[in-house]
Design a protein around this ligand. Structure first.
Ligand code: RTP
Length: 150
């Protein structure tokens, strides 16, 4: 079912420290997406390096990994029709100076190195990231709200 698409969404340490967790969860819920998994963890350096391995040759890679392991993050799986694309649109551009007002980064971030949130960029990467960040698996349940959204 297309409305079973899933994305890995992570509130980065700055978002957690600044008390933006509720705001971010609320935006995804109000849009009509369903929260499928949620946890708060301290990230091992090796996990952060694996998650961002595509960027390992970038000059900012070490700073990026240091940032991700600098405090707890909130790991989430969100589900719904086009959640990967719509989630990225809700998050906004990577660089906050390019993020439109109304997006999460456009409303809450100033600097690319502190841009509050991660969202999967493709459905395939979403599946890989969910497996990477939730190796224990996630609880499956049947949301009753779906007929009111679709
Ligand atoms: P994310 O993976 O965190 O959702 O971010 P993204 O797709 O919007 O951007 P990506 O190019 O994958 O970059 C990953 C994260 O690296 C940091 N970054 N720093 N100093 C810099 O120029 C720079 N460029 C990127 C950001 O935290 C970005 O979200």
């Amino acid at each position: 079912m297309p409305n079973d698409e899933r994305s890995y969404i992570m509130i980065k340490p700055d978002g957690v420290q600044r008390g933006l967790v509720g705001e971010i969860i609320s935006r995804f819920e109000k849009r009509g997406f369903q929260l499928r998994a949620l946890k708060i963890i301290n990230v091992e350096r090796s996990l952060a390096e694996t998650h961002y391995s595509d960027l390992s040759s970038k000059p900012f890679f070490k700073d990026l990994v240091d940032y991700i392991i600098s405090g707890p993050v909130v790991c989430m799986v969100w589900e719904g029709l086009n959640v990967v694309k719509i989630g990225r649109d809700m998050i906004g551009a990577t660089k906050p100076e390019a993020s439109a007002p109304g997006t999460i980064r456009g409303d809450f971030a100033i600097q690319v190195g502190r841009n509050v949130i991660h969202g999967s960029d493709t459905v395939e990467n979403g599946q890989k990231e969910i497996a990477l960040w939730f190796p224990e698996g996630i609880v499956e349940w049947t949301p009753v709200a779906k007929p009111w959204i679709y």
